[in-house]
Design a protein around this ligand. Structure first.
Ligand SMILES: NC(=O)c1ccc[n+]([C@@H]2O[C@H](COP(=O)([O-])OP(=O)(O)OC[C@H]3O[C@@H](n4cnc5c(N)ncnc54)[C@H](O)[C@@H]3O)[C@@H](O)[C@H]2O)c1
Ligand SMILES: [Zn+2]
Length: 376
């Protein structure tokens, strides 16, 4: 990218990933504007102290036309990170913020012929549902999300769509057919398809980054619906055992937020991945049970996690990102899980008293059917 093309809009720039992108861009000499509504579930005490003072900060909603039109003035590259996320019970709000908000952003750039040179959108590995797997008989298969009846019966395996045998998860490349089987995932599919399609129609370069589970300093300690690492930490710090769904054997591809931020800069600086969905993650699987152990150890606590025979319909059993595509432009995850968790715990220690918000909303999750029980 030419030297003068260095004005960025980072939507969601007060959040976990957005704020780290902002810091990196400012270090690299960019002029940065943040658009963030300071979503109360995520930011209980208003604007967080980590919002980079060298960035222009605009508080507003991405789905508000006038706000977005003004925020897009004089911008070269848009990093669209703002989204309604997690396992929230709402449906319409996801569609409004994520799907509608993204479509409108793109229309504004097109209709006002704004000189935007690239749009990078935050997608998610949630678009893959269960991702790629191996069946002992059929080889490479793409299983569907597990039916609720199966989970209710206490069978947590991912079965082959052809023969029903239990499969083994393998790294999922971008070519894997996706879909989205939660409201959140559906809107992530919408966002990335809208952006990539619009890029083809307008000729403006685009990239959709499919992040795996991202964690690190600044991950909201208030939002009980997101981030397994944040929830486990707040539980343990309150002397309570982390609650695992299923048997704790589900695995996550956990990626430190600074690695994710670096990937964002790398795709902006090259045209090699333009027009494509691109996985970003660690490429490694960690079980939720092992994760609970690593965090407890990091805190010097001997509290064992609980598996209470509960599950969340739509939850992915194990999904590992194949990161070969982003490796072609020089990306390599640099922070190990142990290092990353140590960094997160150091940060938490600076955040004052930690409340277990998860405990407060647990009953509601069951009432709404977001958490259900195995019937045995
Ligand atoms: N954290 C993860 O594990 C993960 C994984 C895959 C994809 N993603 C995607 O990455 C992006 C960033 O996620 P994050 O983890 O940094 O989340 P986050 O909640 O920490 O940050 C999102 C930011 O967007 C803001 N925001 C929310 N709704 C808004 C609205 N209507 N208008 C303006 N701002 C709004 C919030 O206030 C927040 O500061 C999201 O698009 C998310 O879907 C995250
Ligand atoms: Zn099979």
């Amino acid at each position: 990218m030419a030297a003068h093309q260095k004005r960025a809009l980072v939507t969601g720039g007060a959040g976990l990933i957005g704020s780290h992108i902002v810091d990196l861009l400012i270090r690299e000499g960019w002029t940065v504007r943040i658009l963030d509504n300071l979503e109360p579930n995520t930011h209980r005490h208003g604007k967080p102290a980590w919002v980079n003072p060298k960035a222009e900060f605009v508080q507003g909603e991405v789905q508000d036309y006038g706000t977005m039109r003004a925020a897009l003035e004089d911008i070269d590259v848009v990093w669209h990170e703002a989204a309604y996320g997690g396992y929230m019970p709402e449906m319409a709000k996801y569609v409004l913020v994520n799907s509608f908000g993204t479509a409108q952003l793109l229309e504004i750039i097109r209709d006002h012929k704004l000189p935007v040179k690239k749009v990078i959108v935050a997608s998610s590995q949630a678009v893959y549902s269960e991702g790629a797997a191996l069946c002992p008989e059929h080889g490479h298969v793409v299983p569907l999300i597990r039916p609720v009846e199966q989970l209710r019966a206490g069978d947590f395996d991912v079965h082959c769509p052809a023969c029903g045998e239990a499969t083994t998860s393998i790294a999922t490349p971008e070519s894997t057919p996706g879909g989205g089987e939660t409201v959140y995932a559906l809107t992530k599919v919408d966002q990335e398809k809208l952006v990539l399609l619009w890029g083809k129609q307008t000729g403006i370069p685009t990239v959709a980054l499919r992040y795996s589970c991202t964690y690190g300093p600044r991950q909201s300690l208030f939002n009980p619906y997101t981030g397994v690492i944040a929830i486990f930490c707040t539980r343990l710090l309150n002397g309570k055992p982390p609650v695992m769904y299923e048997d704790g054997g589900q695995t996550r591809d956990l990626c430190f937020v600074e690695d994710i931020a670096r990937a964002n800069l790398l795709v902006a600086e090259t045209d090699k991945l333009d027009g494509l969905p691109v996985n970003v993650g660690s490429g490694r699987a960690t079980s939720v049970r092992d994760l609970a152990g690593i965090i407890a150890k990091g805190l010097g606590l001997g509290i064992e996690p609980l598996a209470r025979g509960e599950f969340r319909p739509g939850e992915i059993r194990s999904l590992i990102s194949d990161i070969s595509r982003i490796r072609t432009i020089g990306y390599e995850p640099q922070v190990t899980l142990e290092q990353g968790i140590a960094r997160y715990l150091e940060w938490i220690a600076t955040q004052g008293p930690i409340t277990d918000y998860f405990g407060e909303i647990e009953a509601g999750l069951r009432t709404k059917g977001i958490v259900q029980s195995v019937q045995s």
